[in-house]
Design a protein around this ligand. Sequence first.
Ligand code: SAH
Length: 232
Amino acid sequence: MRPDTARMLRDIAAEIHYTRALIGREAFAPRVMAAMAAVPRHLFVPEGDQDLAYANGPLPIGWGQTISQPYIVALMTDLLACGPDDRVLEIGTGSGYQAAVLSGLVAQVYSLEIIPQLAKAAAERLARLGYLNVSVRQGDGHQGWPEQAPFDGILVTAAARAIPPALVDQLSPGARLVIPVGQPYAHQDLLLLEKGPDGSLALTEVLGVAFVPLTGGGPVPATGAPEPAPGA
Ligand code: SAH
Protein backbone atom coordinates (compact mmCIF):
# COMPACT_ATOMS: atom_id res chain seq x y z
CA MET A 1 0.00 0.00 0.00
CA ARG A 2 1.25 3.52 -0.79
CA PRO A 3 2.41 5.29 2.39
CA ASP A 4 0.01 8.17 1.69
CA THR A 5 -2.88 5.70 1.37
CA ALA A 6 -1.97 4.18 4.74
CA ARG A 7 -1.91 7.67 6.25
CA MET A 8 -5.31 8.46 4.71
CA LEU A 9 -6.79 5.31 6.29
CA ARG A 10 -5.32 6.27 9.67
CA ASP A 11 -6.78 9.80 9.35
CA ILE A 12 -10.20 8.34 8.52
CA ALA A 13 -9.98 6.03 11.55
CA ALA A 14 -9.07 9.01 13.77
CA GLU A 15 -12.05 11.06 12.53
CA ILE A 16 -14.38 8.08 13.03
CA HIS A 17 -13.16 8.02 16.63
CA TYR A 18 -13.84 11.76 17.16
CA THR A 19 -17.32 11.48 15.63
CA ARG A 20 -18.27 8.03 16.99
CA ALA A 21 -21.06 9.34 19.22
CA LEU A 22 -22.70 11.13 16.27
CA ILE A 23 -22.32 8.45 13.63
CA GLY A 24 -23.05 5.55 16.00
CA ARG A 25 -20.10 3.42 14.94
CA GLU A 26 -16.50 2.84 16.02
CA ALA A 27 -15.30 1.65 12.62
CA PHE A 28 -16.45 1.29 9.04
CA ALA A 29 -16.91 -2.09 7.34
CA PRO A 30 -13.56 -3.63 6.39
CA ARG A 31 -14.70 -3.93 2.76
CA VAL A 32 -15.40 -0.18 2.68
CA MET A 33 -11.91 0.59 4.00
CA ALA A 34 -10.44 -1.87 1.47
CA ALA A 35 -12.30 -0.08 -1.34
CA MET A 36 -10.94 3.27 -0.09
CA ALA A 37 -7.42 1.80 -0.06
CA ALA A 38 -7.77 0.44 -3.59
CA VAL A 39 -8.67 3.68 -5.42
CA PRO A 40 -5.74 5.89 -6.51
CA ARG A 41 -7.20 9.20 -5.28
CA HIS A 42 -4.34 11.24 -6.79
CA LEU A 43 -5.68 10.37 -10.26
CA PHE A 44 -9.02 12.07 -9.45
CA VAL A 45 -7.67 15.51 -8.42
CA PRO A 46 -6.14 18.26 -10.58
CA GLU A 47 -2.48 17.63 -11.42
CA GLY A 48 -1.27 20.57 -9.34
CA ASP A 49 -2.96 19.18 -6.22
CA GLN A 50 -1.73 15.60 -6.41
CA ASP A 51 0.52 16.00 -3.36
CA LEU A 52 -2.62 16.87 -1.33
CA ALA A 53 -4.76 14.07 -2.75
CA TYR A 54 -4.53 11.78 0.29
CA ALA A 55 -4.94 14.49 2.94
CA ASN A 56 -8.26 14.19 4.81
CA GLY A 57 -9.84 17.26 3.21
CA PRO A 58 -11.89 18.25 0.17
CA LEU A 59 -10.14 19.64 -2.93
CA PRO A 60 -11.37 21.81 -5.82
CA ILE A 61 -12.01 19.97 -9.10
CA GLY A 62 -13.00 22.95 -11.26
CA TRP A 63 -16.38 24.48 -12.15
CA GLY A 64 -16.77 25.56 -8.52
CA GLN A 65 -17.06 21.92 -7.37
CA THR A 66 -15.06 19.78 -4.95
CA ILE A 67 -14.03 16.17 -4.43
CA SER A 68 -15.27 15.30 -0.92
CA GLN A 69 -12.85 14.58 1.91
CA PRO A 70 -11.90 10.89 2.31
CA TYR A 71 -13.65 10.50 5.70
CA ILE A 72 -16.97 11.72 4.22
CA VAL A 73 -16.65 9.43 1.18
CA ALA A 74 -15.98 6.48 3.49
CA LEU A 75 -18.82 7.45 5.87
CA MET A 76 -21.39 7.78 3.08
CA THR A 77 -20.24 4.50 1.54
CA ASP A 78 -20.49 2.76 4.91
CA LEU A 79 -23.99 4.19 5.52
CA LEU A 80 -25.11 2.89 2.13
CA ALA A 81 -24.27 -0.66 3.34
CA CYS A 82 -24.24 -1.99 -0.20
CA GLY A 83 -23.53 -5.59 -1.22
CA PRO A 84 -21.70 -7.17 -4.18
CA ASP A 85 -24.88 -7.81 -6.19
CA ASP A 86 -26.30 -4.31 -5.74
CA ARG A 87 -27.04 -1.69 -8.38
CA VAL A 88 -26.53 1.78 -6.95
CA LEU A 89 -27.12 5.35 -8.11
CA GLU A 90 -24.88 8.30 -7.32
CA ILE A 91 -26.01 11.88 -7.86
CA GLY A 92 -23.05 14.24 -8.41
CA THR A 93 -20.27 12.36 -10.25
CA GLY A 94 -17.81 15.26 -9.91
CA SER A 95 -14.33 13.75 -10.36
CA GLY A 96 -15.67 10.18 -10.38
CA TYR A 97 -13.84 9.31 -7.14
CA GLN A 98 -16.89 8.26 -5.10
CA ALA A 99 -18.13 6.24 -8.08
CA ALA A 100 -14.74 4.48 -8.26
CA VAL A 101 -14.95 3.58 -4.56
CA LEU A 102 -18.48 2.19 -5.08
CA SER A 103 -17.34 0.33 -8.22
CA GLY A 104 -15.33 -2.15 -6.15
CA LEU A 105 -18.23 -2.84 -3.76
CA VAL A 106 -21.26 -3.38 -5.98
CA ALA A 107 -22.29 -4.92 -9.30
CA GLN A 108 -23.15 -1.70 -11.14
CA VAL A 109 -22.85 2.02 -10.43
CA TYR A 110 -24.98 4.62 -12.24
CA SER A 111 -23.85 8.21 -11.72
CA LEU A 112 -25.46 11.47 -12.81
CA GLU A 113 -23.59 14.78 -13.13
CA ILE A 114 -25.26 18.05 -14.10
CA ILE A 115 -22.15 19.86 -15.42
CA PRO A 116 -21.47 18.46 -18.92
CA GLN A 117 -17.69 19.01 -18.80
CA LEU A 118 -17.36 17.18 -15.46
CA ALA A 119 -19.60 14.33 -16.65
CA LYS A 120 -17.47 13.88 -19.78
CA ALA A 121 -14.14 14.09 -17.94
CA ALA A 122 -15.26 11.67 -15.21
CA ALA A 123 -16.66 9.16 -17.71
CA GLU A 124 -13.35 9.21 -19.63
CA ARG A 125 -11.27 8.97 -16.45
CA LEU A 126 -13.27 6.03 -15.06
CA ALA A 127 -13.07 4.15 -18.37
CA ARG A 128 -9.32 4.81 -18.71
CA LEU A 129 -8.70 3.52 -15.18
CA GLY A 130 -10.73 0.37 -15.83
CA TYR A 131 -13.84 1.05 -13.74
CA LEU A 132 -16.00 -0.72 -16.29
CA ASN A 133 -19.11 -1.17 -14.11
CA VAL A 134 -19.74 2.59 -13.80
CA SER A 135 -22.14 4.36 -16.19
CA VAL A 136 -21.99 8.17 -16.14
CA ARG A 137 -24.67 10.34 -17.67
CA GLN A 138 -25.10 14.11 -17.80
CA GLY A 139 -28.36 15.15 -16.21
CA ASP A 140 -30.21 16.62 -13.25
CA GLY A 141 -30.23 14.16 -10.37
CA HIS A 142 -33.52 15.50 -8.99
CA GLN A 143 -35.28 13.15 -11.42
CA GLY A 144 -33.03 10.17 -10.65
CA TRP A 145 -32.41 7.70 -13.47
CA PRO A 146 -35.87 6.21 -14.14
CA GLU A 147 -34.74 3.87 -16.95
CA GLN A 148 -32.40 2.02 -14.55
CA ALA A 149 -34.55 2.20 -11.39
CA PRO A 150 -35.14 0.76 -8.88
CA PHE A 151 -31.79 0.91 -7.04
CA ASP A 152 -30.45 -0.97 -4.02
CA GLY A 153 -28.90 2.26 -2.77
CA ILE A 154 -28.75 5.95 -3.75
CA LEU A 155 -25.99 8.30 -2.65
CA VAL A 156 -26.23 12.06 -3.23
CA THR A 157 -22.97 14.02 -3.00
CA ALA A 158 -24.39 17.58 -3.16
CA ALA A 159 -26.67 19.26 -0.62
CA ALA A 160 -30.39 19.27 -1.47
CA ARG A 161 -32.90 21.69 0.11
CA ALA A 162 -35.20 18.72 0.59
CA ILE A 163 -35.15 15.04 -0.33
CA PRO A 164 -36.14 14.79 -4.03
CA PRO A 165 -39.29 12.60 -4.16
CA ALA A 166 -38.14 10.82 -7.36
CA LEU A 167 -35.15 9.40 -5.48
CA VAL A 168 -37.38 7.94 -2.77
CA ASP A 169 -39.58 6.38 -5.48
CA GLN A 170 -36.52 4.83 -7.13
CA LEU A 171 -35.38 2.95 -3.98
CA SER A 172 -36.05 -0.80 -3.89
CA PRO A 173 -37.67 -2.19 -0.74
CA GLY A 174 -34.86 -2.54 1.81
CA ALA A 175 -32.68 0.09 0.05
CA ARG A 176 -31.03 3.16 1.54
CA LEU A 177 -30.67 6.78 0.47
CA VAL A 178 -27.74 8.79 1.86
CA ILE A 179 -28.13 12.53 1.25
CA PRO A 180 -26.99 15.86 2.71
CA VAL A 181 -30.01 18.16 3.19
CA GLY A 182 -29.95 21.85 4.13
CA GLN A 183 -29.47 25.36 2.86
CA PRO A 184 -26.70 26.16 0.35
CA TYR A 185 -23.46 27.10 2.14
CA ALA A 186 -25.26 26.95 5.52
CA HIS A 187 -26.24 24.21 7.96
CA GLN A 188 -26.75 20.82 6.36
CA ASP A 189 -27.41 17.38 7.85
CA LEU A 190 -26.30 14.11 6.39
CA LEU A 191 -29.48 12.01 6.33
CA LEU A 192 -30.00 8.27 6.02
CA LEU A 193 -33.42 7.25 4.68
CA GLU A 194 -34.22 3.54 4.80
CA LYS A 195 -37.09 2.04 2.85
CA GLY A 196 -38.36 -1.05 4.69
CA PRO A 197 -39.34 -4.29 2.93
CA ASP A 198 -42.98 -3.09 3.24
CA GLY A 199 -42.17 0.31 1.73
CA SER A 200 -42.20 2.18 5.06
CA LEU A 201 -39.62 4.95 5.47
CA ALA A 202 -37.26 5.57 8.41
CA LEU A 203 -35.12 8.70 8.60
CA THR A 204 -31.94 9.14 10.67
CA GLU A 205 -29.92 12.37 11.03
CA VAL A 206 -26.28 11.36 11.03
CA LEU A 207 -23.97 14.37 11.13
CA GLY A 208 -23.66 18.07 10.30
CA VAL A 209 -21.85 18.44 6.96
CA ALA A 210 -20.83 21.03 4.32
CA PHE A 211 -21.48 20.09 0.69
CA VAL A 212 -21.70 22.12 -2.50
CA PRO A 213 -25.37 22.72 -3.43
CA LEU A 214 -27.47 20.37 -5.52
CA THR A 215 -28.40 22.65 -8.41
CA GLY A 216 -31.16 22.25 -10.98
CA GLY A 217 -34.55 20.95 -9.88
CA GLY A 218 -36.52 23.86 -11.31
CA PRO A 219 -37.18 27.25 -9.70
CA VAL A 220 -36.79 27.58 -5.93
CA PRO A 221 -40.27 28.06 -4.42
CA ALA A 222 -40.73 31.44 -2.72
CA THR A 223 -40.80 30.83 1.02
CA GLY A 224 -44.07 31.65 2.72
CA ALA A 225 -45.94 32.26 -0.51
CA PRO A 226 -48.96 30.00 -0.97
CA GLU A 227 -48.88 27.59 -3.92
CA PRO A 228 -51.01 28.97 -6.78
CA ALA A 229 -54.35 27.22 -7.02
CA PRO A 230 -54.57 24.70 -9.89
CA GLY A 231 -55.51 26.55 -13.04
CA ALA A 232 -54.77 29.97 -11.46
N1 SAH B 1 -18.90 12.67 -5.80
C1 SAH B 1 -17.95 13.63 -6.33
C2 SAH B 1 -17.98 14.94 -5.59
C3 SAH B 1 -19.10 15.71 -6.00
S1 SAH B 1 -19.24 17.43 -5.67
C4 SAH B 1 -16.55 13.10 -6.33
O1 SAH B 1 -16.31 12.00 -5.83
O2 SAH B 1 -15.67 13.77 -6.87
C5 SAH B 1 -20.95 17.52 -6.14
C6 SAH B 1 -21.21 17.32 -7.61
O3 SAH B 1 -22.62 17.34 -7.78
C7 SAH B 1 -20.65 18.43 -8.48
O4 SAH B 1 -19.86 17.89 -9.49
C8 SAH B 1 -21.92 19.09 -9.04
O5 SAH B 1 -21.75 19.60 -10.35
C9 SAH B 1 -22.91 17.95 -9.01
N2 SAH B 1 -24.31 18.35 -9.00
C10 SAH B 1 -24.87 19.44 -8.42
N3 SAH B 1 -26.20 19.46 -8.63
C11 SAH B 1 -26.49 18.35 -9.36
C12 SAH B 1 -27.71 17.81 -9.89
N4 SAH B 1 -28.88 18.41 -9.73
N5 SAH B 1 -27.63 16.65 -10.59
C13 SAH B 1 -26.45 16.02 -10.79
N6 SAH B 1 -25.26 16.50 -10.31
C14 SAH B 1 -25.29 17.64 -9.61
